[in-house]
Design a protein around this ligand. Structure first.
Ligand code: IMP
Ligand code: MG
Length: 430
């Protein structure tokens, strides 16, 4: 199988983990390259649900190697928690899970800062996951971050930690006017133990990946969040703090872009968003509520109800452009099975003008009025369909129209239910 990057085409939660799980069988190494424990990747195998926040979900397959790349902001407590959870389920990660020494750490003060910042933003708050992601990336770029590799030398780590801890106390108490409840020596005691446990996982992942690629190992790059949460191209400021698009796979794990053969964009057959920010096709009504209920649309990380709306082809076309998608994976088609009529947004009207471009400014996007095309619902169960030709004709019409509006990028798969086997294969990777 070729080396592929998986990215979300919307605002995250497109069902990436399911597609990663599907492709993992044919891959050797699965790599996370951005984001952190803000992700919530849900995999369901034999009816059993696993949610991964930080480790690549490829660990579910025995023998696969998983890597956390340098572009990730790494929370060691969460990481070890997930390792323990896998262990409880009899899944060993020994010698097949590695973390880049260059990845920046999310430390307890980052979470405190995330929450203090959000609580002082009033209406302008972003609605973050509270996992310390923004402050950790900010420290990285400010060159005051602490990297995983710093754990290798305890004295280096403690010196850096003490300095930053004092700064964060000032920031949170004096600027955010919030109580700073963290205790330095408690955290250091805990990190001494964390350090011991982390040592076997820390390597220079760039050499590991380069050598693996030279030895024709198949690489699968697992994106987190989605295109419109990208720090540059998303609905700024209501975005996450990393580049979520496919190009980030290169910088986020130190491989040249020429190693990437395919970019697979995952999109729901409708749209959801968790957190604040504009959402042109949002259904803030009973229909949106129905989709939320039928689709189980609640955040895997925070449990927050996801905002739901119609499929927005303007958005997905822009995602195809930004990521260079060579395949689309369409998910959750079964969730729409009970609707009489389904709408697809074909373009927008902004200030009375028709446009099929996704505005780069959030303020313009707020003004976008979606223009819809209506398609008949199919009103029957499709969760047992195993081939495209098994779909009822009305579901097939919706599927075909959707792809047509998405530059006819071929579909890799269509997902008709949460389980691993509820996956219709369409156009394999070549
Ligand atoms: P942060 O990444 O926690 O800073 O949150 C910034 C924005 O990104 C918020 O709107 C979050 O709800 C959203 N977000 C972050 N991670 C995810 C994800 O994995 N899925 C969906 N939304 C996310
Ligand atoms: Mg998610």
């Amino acid at each position: 199988m070729p080396n592929s990057v998986i990215v979300g085409a919307q605002w995250g939660d497109e069902g990436k983990a399911k597609v990663i799980d599907y492709l993992t069988e044919h891959s050797d190494i699965i790599i996370r390259f951005q984001g952190g424990a803000n992700a919530g990747h849900t995999v369901i195998v034999d009816g059993k649900k696993f949610v991964f926040h930080l480790v690549p979900s490829g660990l579910m397959y025995p023998g696969k190697v998983c890597i956390v790349g340098n572009g990730v902001v790494f929370d060691p407590e969460q990481f070890l928690h997930e390792v323990d959870e896998l262990d409880e389920h009899g899944i060993s990660v020994k010698d097949r899970l590695f973390v880049s020494d260059l990845a920046h750490m999310v430390l307890p003060y980052h979470k405190a800062q995330d929450n203090a910042s959000e609580s002082t933003m009033g209406k302008g708050k972003i609605g973050t996951t509270g996992r310390g992601i923004g402050p950790a990336y900010a420290d990285k770029v400010s060159r005051t971050g602490i990297r995983v590799g710093d754990l290798l030398n305890w004295d280096t780590f403690t010196a850096k930690f003490r300095q930053m801890f004092a700064q964060k106390r000032q920031l949170i108490e004096k600027i955010y006017n919030t109580e700073f409840v963290l205790n330095e020596s408690d955290i250091l005691d805990n990190y001494k133990k964390i350090r011991e446990r982390m040592l076997p996982y820390i390597i220079d992942t760039t050499y590991y990946l380069f050598d693996s690629a030279r030895n024709k190992k198949q690489l699968l790059f697992e994106g987190a969040q989605g295109t419109f949460l990208d720090i540059d191209h998303g609905t700024y400021p209501f975005v996450t703090s990393s580049n979520t698009i496919s190009g980030s796979a290169s910088t986020g794990c130190g491989i040249g872009p020429t190693l990437i053969d395919h970019v697979i964009g995952i999109t729901k057959t409708y749209t959801t968003r968790v957190g604040n920010g504009p959402f042109p096709t949002e259904l803030d009504n009973a229909l949106g509520e129905k989709i939320r209920k039928d689709g189980g649309e609640f955040g895997a990380t925070t449990g927050r109800p996801r905002r739901c709306g119609w499929f927005d082809s303007v958005m997905v076309r822009k995602a195809i452009q930004l990521n260079g998608m060579t395949r689309l994976a369409l998910t959750k088609l079964d969730v729409l099975s009970d609707l009489d009529e389904i709408q697809i947004c074909t373009h927008y009207e902004i200030n009375g003008k028709k446009t099929d471009q996704y505005p780069s400014s959030c303020l313009d996007l707020e003004k976008a009025i979606p223009v819809y095309e209506s398609i008949d619902g199919w009103k029957c169960d499709i969760t047992r369909c195993t081939k495209i030709s098994d779909l009822p004709s009305k579901a097939l019409a919706y599927y075909n129209r959707l792809l047509k509006l998405c530059y006819d990028v071929p579909a890799l798969i269509v997902s008709v239910g949460p389980d691993r086997n509820q996956t219709i294969e369409v156009t394999p990777l070549d």
